[in-house]
Write a protein that binds this ligand. Structure first.
Ligand code: ZN
Length: 409
């Protein structure tokens, strides 16, 4: 096995680990250095740094301070990397920490982050998923079992100062258009919970004050939450600073397209085995502004789906113009409604869409006025027949009306 360059102790706070950071800033010092061609392993916390516990209460999902996330391992400096290069990252393998063979899925309270269907699920909820080698099951969502398509939700290189300033300016300006909105339009820098890695003194203060929050994906990649960015894939990242500064975290055992529950995948602590190489001047050579990647040769072979259509007319009957966000929401709501006919609570069905390898497709965006989005629900993840038939659905008892529910704050 390649050398483990960053280790994490899940019993200890990530704030005590100088090889972890939770903001994007060019002044965060490299945690370690590697040469092009090197293979290495980085261990990671789950995205909340261990705040969410393996129990039957969603109070922790309700109460988690989202200014603390995401806890990332790195940055890793790559010798010889310069702005304008492409950093080629082979995700050779990704796994769960052996001392933590479980993950969590949560819906955030509308007052604390929300989610894709927050109007329908305004309160915090949580389901725990146990890992059995390749497979996962949940005591909170019986009747499904599926193979993990394990991937980092968040991976990218450090921005330079110019790019960071641009991010902050456009997001702060955007927030100012609707400053009272709940949940907010974006998250501005927030100094008091910043973790600047190895930075000290004035640099640490600068990182805390200016460091971009890790929630959105941006030009450098970051929190893209792409389920297909799994072990075996190869990613080409734009480089903005000398050494590139590669960081990774927010590992997911599995996730549906869209990560719709927001704490949306099966979130876990784990490790990533990587190899890095460089394409000198690759950004200009290939016209690359955002990362590109090649998928893994190994993916679970779920090839039978029930596909739910959604159009850009919202659940209140309002017409929207070619809006794929509205259309995908309708496809998801249609799938949830369907699953409840087999005995799932709406929350359990929502959890399935967040965690299982469901596919989301933009199917049509030109047929005015309606966009069409589709939600592909793999039928083979169910331990019973989920298909429609003349005899009607067989209703089962999936252990209660809801997954654990917390009263809102
Ligand atoms: Zn995540």
């Amino acid at each position: 096995m390649a050398e483990t360059l960053i280790k994490v102790d899940l019993q200890d706070s990530p704030y005590n680990n100088p090889n972890i950071h939770n903001r994007w800033h060019p002044d965060i010092p490299m945690a370690c250095w590697v040469n092009p061609g090197d293979e290495f392993v980085l261990e990671t916390y789950d995205w909340t740094g261990g705040y969410i516990k393996n129990n039957d209460s969603a109070d922790d999902v309700r109460d988690v301070d989202l200014t603390t996330v995401h806890f990332l391992s790195g940055p890793v400096g790559v010798k010889g990397a310069e702005p304008g290069d492409l950093l080629v990252v082979d995700l050779l393998d990704v796994g769960a920490k052996p001392d933590s063979l479980w993950g969590f899925n949560g819906f955030f309270s509308k007052k604390n982050g929300g989610g894709f269907l927050t109007e329908h699920f305004p309160e915090a909820q949580k389901s725990i998923w146990d890992f059995h080698g390749l497979y996962t099951t949940s005591r909170h969502v019986p009747g499904v079992k599926f193979a993990g398509l394990i991937h980092p939700g968040l991976i990218g290189c450090l921005p330079d100062q110019k790019m960071l300033d641009m991010w902050n300016e456009r997001e702060v300006d955007f927030i100012a258009t609707q400053p009272e909105r709940v949940p907010p339009l974006a998250n501005p820098p927030f100094a008091s919970t910043a973790h600047a890695g190895k930075a000290s003194g004035a640099a640490k203060d600068k990182v805390a004050l200016e460091g971009a929050r890790t929630v959105p994906p941006r030009e450098h990649g970051g929190n893209c939450d792409i389920k297909d960015l799994s072990r075996g894939s190869k990613i080409f990242f734009p480089v903005y600073v000398d050494g590139a500064g590669l960081s990774v975290g927010d590992l997911h055992f599995s996730q549906g397209d869209g990560e719709i529950t927001f704490c949306g995948a099966i979130e876990m602590a784990g490790w990533v085995h990587m190899k890095v190489t460089l394409i000198k001047g690759g950004m200009a050579k290939y016209g690359i502004k955002n990362p590109i990647f090649k998928p893994s040769p190994i993916t679970p072979t779920y090839n039978d789906y029930l596909i739910f259509e959604g159009i850009s007319v919202d659940e209140y009957g309002k017409q929207h113009y070619l809006d794929v966000h509205v259309a995908y929401r309708q496809a998801c709501l249609n799938a949830i409604e369907y699953m409840t006919k087999f005995g799932y609570s709406k929350a359990q069905a929502y959890s399935i869409l967040g965690t299982a390898p469901v596919q989301g497709h933009i199917s049509g965006v030109v047929d005015i006025p309606n966009a069409c989005a589709t939600l592909w629900l793999p039928t083979q993840i169910f331990e019973f027949d989920i298909n429609p038939s003349a005899s009607g659905p067989v209703v089962q008892d999936f252990g209660g009306i809801d997954v654990p529910l917390s009263k809102d704050l």
